[in-house]
Design a protein around this ligand. Structure first.
Ligand code: AMP
Length: 561
């Protein structure tokens, strides 16, 4: 029974707001010697200590406020790769009370325009190498008053952009600025940063992170059950800073002094392998597509990558074949699940103590993982009923917690959007992911709700078929999508990318699925096609919408067994 507030014993604890400013100050003071190393492609990488980056963040805040007139909750956008300057923006903008808006540089031009206008961004900080992307859009961005350019690139592209925005050089702007800032007292619930979902359907949706949510999420990233790194580690942050704040790593590193290795624009497998060999990171984070590319590179041109022993993989399901191949290289993959709406850390697959060293261990590692205390999960069946955590009942995952979105951004001076298909009546986030949860709390996703194949009233998991296919030695990549079928409603179509020099035998692949993949006979695809590459979304996920459209428009050469 809860007491009326005035009768209750009052806590005697201080109420100190949880802010990004605090993370910055702590990183500079206590971990000032930790480093951000940015790959430059040639010659020496750029090396900057946390103390230096912190001072430059202070100078950037002065420049934004005093020279460019940033006030209150103005939105300051970044169109940048992962590098030290981007980290400086990560801290300067929220600490001064403004809102950092990271722009996804892989989005189609019209979506970028839509997003900048929707957020009403006032400033864009851009890497010089991305001016070819930004310049043609500027005439359509009326709210942008200033452009700040950092790093190499052709500035003259901005001359013909037809924009009223004034152009500045990052280094010139921050030079000679004071090295201390009287940071404002912020409310921890205030907006700190925003990020739009990649939006495969409908308009992109803005998620606005608070100081509090970022602070608590960073603590979770640092817990031993999550990434659990220390200042002895160096993390190679491949996951872009524009994709859910690089999974919270730039904030988490300043809390505990983890060194950062930033790849800038050098995201191809060869430079990644080179930077691992040279800079010896101990941890790395990226989506499976990156790791598949690196694996092929290391197989073709072996390098000493022995420093890298921990790899966080998420964003889409990690195929078992990839996990095994990385185990053989001495790099232990830890599988994680999350979304833009979940900051993103939802679950992480560290096997429970009793399973370590047993036959069960690998199975646990393949799941999407366990929920931390800050995230609650529940499964909802097709009829809206709550399903048990029995490892078998599959339903839509709903989550709630301290760093989970409860609504979407709806423009300045408007109420946030609580879309009924995204949030339950009692405020939980409907993830759109379908899966099971075991009695000991491990989540296994079987599909996106919209990708599940509904055949004759039963569900077929496209992910299960893909994972089994990708463990075949001739298969480089495979995506399975639902296609209409007169008899069954929907059936799976297997689209396969072959490894170089391999040939296709669909009957053999089908037999392989049944024998090695343990796929039930009724789930085996009868429609097959070879494709050059699986189409990917702006954040490197399989873009199944494109495959479904190509099939519908007869663009695929399909063999029916
Ligand atoms: P985004 O907001 O772009 O990060 O996309 C979030 C979605 O990515 C989730 O709702 C999942 O569908 C998918 N996803 C993320 N991590 C995983 C994972 N480990 N396994 C399967 N799907 C994942």
């Amino acid at each position: 029974m809860s007491l009326p507030w005035e009768d209750a014993v009052l806590s005697t604890m201080q109420d100190v707001p949880l802010t990004v400013t605090r993370i910055l100050e702590h990183g500079v003071l206590v971990h000032g010697r930790s480093r951000i190393t940015t790959w430059t492609g040639e010659g020496e990488p750029q090396r900057r200590s946390f103390a230096e980056a912190g001072t430059r963040a202070v100078q950037l805040a002065h420049a934004l406020r005093d020279d460019l007139g940033v006030r209150g909750d103005d939105r300051v956008a970044t169109l940048m790769w992962n590098n030290a300057e981007h980290v400086e923006a990560y801290f300067a903008i929220p600490s001064m009370g403004a809102v950092l808006h990271t722009l996804n540089l892989r989005l189609p031009a019209e979506q970028l325009v839509w997003i900048v206008n929707h957020a009403a961004d006032k400033i864009v900080i851009v890497n010089g190498s991305l001016l070819p992307l930004l310049a043609p859009l500027l005439a359509k961005l009326p709210t942008v008053e200033h452009i700040v350019v950092s790093g190499p690139g052709d500035r003259s592209l901005l001359d013909a952009a037809g924009s009223h925005a004034r152009v500045h050089e990052y280094e010139e702007l921050i030079a000679d600025k004071p090295t201390t800032f009287d940071w404002p007292e912020l409310d921890e619930r205030q907006a700190a940063a925003m990020c739009y979902t990649s939006g495969t359907t409908g308009d992109p949706k803005g998620v606005v992170y608070s100081h509090r949510s970022i602070y608590l999420h960073s603590m979770q990233v640092n817990m031993a059950e999550s990434m659990g790194l220390t200042d002895e580690d160096t993390t190679l942050v491949v996951v872009p800073q524009f994709h859910v704040n690089a999974w919270g790593l730039p904030h988490a590193t300043f809390m505990t002094g983890i060194n950062m290795l930033m790849p800038d624009r050098f995201l191809q497998p060869a430079p990644l392998a080179e930077m691992i060999e040279q800079e010896k990171p101990t941890h790395a984070a990226a989506v499976p597509t990156i790791w598949r590319g690196l694996l092929a590179e290391l197989t073709a041109r072996p390098r000493d990558v022995s420093s890298l022993t921990q790899v966080s993989v998420g964003g889409s399901a990690c195929p078992p074949s990839l996990m095994r191949a990385f185990d053989d290289l001495g790099m232990r993959i830890c599988h994680a699940w999350g979304m833009t709406e979940t900051s993103p850390l939802g679950t992480m697959a560290r096997p429970p103590a009793h399973a370590l060293g047993t036959d069960e261990e690998f199975g646990y590692r393949l799941t999407q993982g366990r929920f931390p205390a800050g995230v609650e999960g529940r499964l909802i069946g097709p009829g809206g009923e709550r399903l048990p955590w029995d490892g078998e009942s599959a339903g839509e995952l709903e989550v709630r917690g301290n760093w989970i979105a409860g609504s979407y951004y709806n423009g300045p001076d408007t109420e946030p959007l609580r879309l009924a298909d995204k949030f339950s009546e009692d405020g939980w986030l409907k993830t759109g992911d379908v899966g099971t949860i075991s009695p000991d709390g491990f989540l296994t996703l079987t599909d996106r709700a919209k990708d599940v194949i509904k055949s004759g009233g039963e569900w077929i998991s496209s992910v299960e078929l893909e994972n089994a296919l990708m463990s075949h030695p001739a298969v480089a990549e495979a995506a399975v999508v639902a296609v209409p079928d007169d008899k069954w409603g929907e059936r799976p179509l297997a689209t396969v990318v072959l490894k170089e020099g391999a040939t296709a035998d669909f009957d053999a692949l089908r037999a392989f699925l049944a024998e090695e993949g343990n796929i039930a006979k009724w789930q085996l695809p009868e429609r097959w096609t070879i494709i050059e590459a699986v189409p990917k979304t702006s954040v490197g996920k399989f873009d199944k919408k494109v495959l479904r459209r190509q099939y519908a428009e007869g663009e695929l050469d399909v063999t029916r067994l």
